[in-house]
Design a protein around this ligand. Structure first.
Ligand SMILES: NC(=O)c1ccc[n+]([C@@H]2O[C@H](COP(=O)([O-])OP(=O)(O)OC[C@H]3O[C@@H](n4cnc5c(N)ncnc54)[C@H](O)[C@@H]3O)[C@@H](O)[C@H]2O)c1
Ligand SMILES: [Zn+2]
Length: 427
């Protein structure tokens, strides 16, 4: 089959590799119909996430069941499915407690309780340390524990409505949920990439009155304004912490979301400082979140960090009484709820897709997404010959008025928790 294979940093090739086969009774083989490139793939691409052997990449994919292992009863050949990115067994201590990204069974070689020497559960197409599973930027993919992750897609629903249930829809939702938003809150989101944009949409649906979006790229800030009616700040022009305080009576935002991570854009001076501190990447954005959030607020860090950091501002966290949430999103835990919102068109990512390309053009797509050229926000790759409809800009985007409507619908769906938030009070 054809697959996008990582060879070394900045070297991704379209290779012919062996088709995946059923290896365990709970495996499913999925014929991929759509796949996309994630900001997390860029950590491998740029060499921040180490990978020595060739690996088929991709953890955002959907397709059609080609073959199901003997213990799979709920899926059969021909079923359309979308698959969330953490590989979880559904039965271990962590899976049973709604923490699928920490599954004890899916990454036996590298799993461990320690966050430095050990890793969490397996991830599709995401390095040796996360199980060395082949990913979905390919014509076929093996899905372990096929009775846990995959969700069946009803007929007639277009791929792009549900493809992003694999990652950015649940991740954005969890980023916002970690903020414990109450009606009328102000949420500052650092990073207007796919994850940040989904977090903004989710925060609106959970009742945030104001979204402040921070990004160094003008075209992405404009998208934040269009999809989430965000007020925007360019941190390369303005002191973004001061700007956020200025917009919030000097106090700071109720919650800050870090949807940038260690790859933050930084000047030469900061890069040298980084090298001297012997840390991979930068915690610049996390620090800004800690500064820009109000006392007693929440910082929700979904942007990825893979290195220890010096001068982590623990003193500021303590002094301001902050709550900090971070980590891989437990996608399965919110998948059914987010699935319903996606099917109803209330919470989707179709409107941020900027490029649709054949899998064969994957290496070009990686470079474009990494270099942030051609207005690229999200690329959908098509592994099979079919007409690929090129669209140079994001599709028509919803207006804020539609968002208001969606927010009330979401409140009905989101139920009691939204009500509890609306009634205020610290939780
Ligand atoms: N926790 C999880 O489960 C999970 C899941 C998916 C993605 N992620 C992580 O989320 C992060 C974002 O993913 P994405 O797909 O949106 O990636 P992306 O690279 O498309 O987006 C990152 C955005 O941050 C902006 N940025 C860079 N430096 C900045 C700075 N100094 N200040 C403000 N903005 C800055 C970039 O211009 C870009 O728009 C990545 O680190 C990714 O690994 C985490
Ligand atoms: Zn498990």
């Amino acid at each position: 089959m054809k697959a996008l294979v990582f060879h070394k940093p900045k070297d991704i090739r379209l290779d012919f590799v062996a088709d995946p086969r059923i290896e365990n009774a709970r495996d499913v083989i999925v014929k991929v119909t759509s796949s996309s490139i994630s900001g997390s793939d860029l950590h491998i691409y740029n060499g921040y996430a180490r990978q020595k052997k060739p690996l088929v990449l991709g953890h955002e994919f959907m397709g059609v069941v080609e073959e199901a292992g003997p213990q799979i009863t709920a899926l059969k050949r021909g079923d359309r499915v979308v698959v969330p990115f953490p590989i979880s067994c559904g039965r271990c201590w962590f899976c049973e407690r709604g923490l699928p990204a920490h599954c004890e069974k899916s990454n036996p070689a590298h799993y461990g309780p320690d966050g430095k020497t050990g890793r969490g559960g397996g991830l599709f197409g995401y390095t040796e340390e996360y199980g060395h599973y082949g990913g979905g930027q390919a014509q076929y993919v093996r899905v372990p524990f096929g009775d846990v992750g995959p969700r069946k897609i009803p007929g007639g629903v277009p791929d792009e409505r549900v493809l992003f249930l694999s990652d950015i829809l649940p991740t954005g939702w969890i980023a916002a949920e970690w903020c414990e938003i109450k009606r009328g809150d102000t949420v500052a989101v650092f990073g207007c990439g796919p994850v940040g944009l989904m977090a903004m949409k989710a925060a609106r649906l959970m009742g945030a009155a104001r979204i402040i979006a921070v990004d160094v790229l003008d075209y992405r800030r404009r998208l934040a304004k269009r999809v989430a009616d965000a007020e925007t700040i360019d941190p390369s022009e303005t002191d973004c912490v001061e700007a956020i305080r200025h917009l919030t009576h000097g106090r700071g935002a109720d919650a800050c979301i870090d949807a940038v991570g260690m790859d933050a854009d930084r000047g030469l001076g900061e890069s040298v400082e980084n090298a001297l501190r012997l840390q991979a990447g930068s915690i610049k954005v996390l620090r800004q979140c800690i500064k820009a959030v109000r006392r007693g607020g929440v910082v929700s860090a979904v942007g990825a960090y893979t290195s220890p950091a010096n001068f982590f501002p623990l003193d500021e966290i303590f002094e301001k009484g902050l709550r900090l949430r971070a980590g891989q999103a437990p996608a399965q835990a919110v998948l059914d709820q987010v699935f319903e919102l996606a099917l109803k068109g209330v919470y989707t990512a179709e409107d941020i897709v900027t490029h649709r390309m054949p899998l064969d053009d994957g290496p070009k797509a990686y470079k474009m997404f990494n270099d942030k050229t051609d207005g690229c926000v999200k690329v959908v790759l098509k592994p099979w010959d079919e007409e690929v409809v090129e669209q140079d800009t994001a599709a028509e985007l919803q207006s804020f008025a539609e968002y208001e409507e969606m927010a009330s619908l979401s409140e009905t769906l989101y139920g009691e928790r939204a009500q509890a938030r609306a009634s205020g009070g610290d939780s």
